[in-house]
Design a protein around this ligand. Structure first.
Ligand code: R5P
Length: 312
């Protein structure tokens, strides 16, 4: 089976880096919008018998990018690809993994069903909000982690950190992972989500007084979570010199205004979403291209992914 990589429209720069690292080109794909808003997808060359990897994070506009991914999977399958893997470095709807309050859709499950209906054989994702999402798929989901790469960068860029902070209970395991990589103790913020855009915080567990903190999260969306954690840290007497690291930097809605006034000396994200940390924040971007390229190489050659995947 020949290795074929196809980029959707969400993050072509990342797809190109991955293809370069693997020494393959990208298979051309025409993705156009019809006048009524329909998406039309057509592959520009044959993928018959190929081992196809579709690289498409489902970043905003999420519905558009998700549809592109589904249509690319369908196009590849109908064009005779032998295996179709959806590489979705940022996987939207991962936060909708259960009914929290009642009459809600479980969005993560619906997206998993859509990918199966579009004939994907496998999904590769990076630092999912919820690891249990794997159970929604009727085929393998390979859950990669960028934590070692981010921790390496943080060790070099901010070697003076004294405590890792989880900004909510959901980030506890993630913070412990960073703590192990950086050999730092961990503290936890008590957060409650009020709405999609706002959160409240209720204190912190762990010793942060006088310490230089590193806040870690899987994603920054509106930055309410980070702003809440910074406020709690300052109230608890942490040093007003805070480093923030997250895998997925979406920076939507009020994120920029929320982050700008905070005493953040470094904001480190990966390029899963393809957005730079907004100026004037002192940002740094770590590419997940080497991680994705290594994972795709292993999958293509049927070698173990053990070193790259997230062990719960
Ligand atoms: C939720 O629990 C996630 O881990 C993030 O903390 C959250 O989604 C970030 O969203 P926002 O930046 O809008 O607070």
């Amino acid at each position: 089976m020949t290795l074929r990589i196809i980029a959707g429209g969400a993050n072509p720069a990342l797809a190109l880096k991955v293809a370069d690292a693997l020494g393959t080109g990208l298979v051309g794909a025409g993705i156009v919008r019809f006048p009524d808003g329909e998406i039309h997808v057509e592959l520009a060359e044959s993928v018959r018998g190929g081992d196809v990897y579709l690289l498409q994070p489902t970043t905003p506009p999420i519905a558009e990018h998700l549809h592109e991914l589904l249509f690319l999977a369908d196009a590849a399958r109908r064009a005779g690809a032998r295996r179709v893997t959806a590489v979705v470095p940022y996987f939207a709807y991962a936060r909708q993994d259960r009914r929290a309050t009642g009459r809600e859709a479980v969005g993560g499950r619906v997206v998993a069903d859509l990918l199966a209906a579009a004939h994907a054989d496998r999904v590769v994702a990076v630092d999912l909000h919820e690891t249990a999402l794997e159970g929604f798929f009727p085929f393998p989901l390979e859950h990669l982690t960028s934590v070692p790469a981010l921790a390496d960068t943080l060790g070099a860029l901010a070697p003076d950190r004294e405590v890792v902070v989880a900004p909510d209970a959901g980030a506890t395991k993630l913070a412990e992972r960073y703590g192990r990589c950086l050999k730092l103790p961990v503290a936890f913020v008590h957060k409650r989500r009020v709405s999609g855009e706002s959160v409240t915080t209720h204190g912190i567990a762990g010793d942060v007084r006088g310490r230089r903190a590193l806040i870690v999260d899987d994603m920054i969306s509106t930055a309410g979570t980070i702003a809440g954690a910074v406020a709690v840290l300052l109230e608890a007497g942490a040093a007003p010199d805070i480093v923030v690291a997250a895998t997925h930097g979406l920076f939507v809605g009020p994120a920029v205004e929320r982050l700008a006034p905070l005493p953040i000396s470094r904001l480190v994200v990966t390029d899963t979403v393809g957005r730079e940390p907004p100026p004037p924040l002192p940002g740094h971007v770590v590419s997940v291209a080497p991680l994705l390229a290594t994972a795709i190489g292993c999958l293509h050659e049927e070698r173990s992914l053990d070193r790259l995947i997230l062990h719960a």
